[in-house]
Design a protein. Sequence first.
Length: 155
Amino acid sequence: MEENHIEEMYYRNVDRMYKICYLFFKGNKSDIEDAIQSIFIKVMEKNIHFENLDHEKAWLIVATNNYCKNKVKHWWNKNKELDFDVKEEIKKDETLEKVLLLPDKYKTAIYMHYYEGYSCVEISNILQVPENTIYSYLHKGRKKLKEMIEGEENA
């Protein structure tokens, strides 16, 4: 794969990948950068070619999601401190702050639907999860978000 092509792919997708990693690593900048680097190294080593830009985008979202899930499960990551300086790098609203606290399956579905604009059918295809499961994740995730917001208002 040509270096120029990798660079273009990187700049097309890095912001999206960064946001996904941010959700999993709760703002730990070094983990986020390691994840993105590891995924692009995999693309280069395996010389992965994509059918089109939509395929590239979907593949990188799934790869990023899977990489982050596996990393977060590792015992070492459960004891890391957060890198709070990175919070300034991503414009967040109060709702996104709450999304960060959701279980992975809910936060991924909510992020992809509301922040990336994917339909439930597209998320289902990308994550290889039944469409009804995505609807369930969105419903339960929204319910948990509502509970969090109402809990703060009553406190």
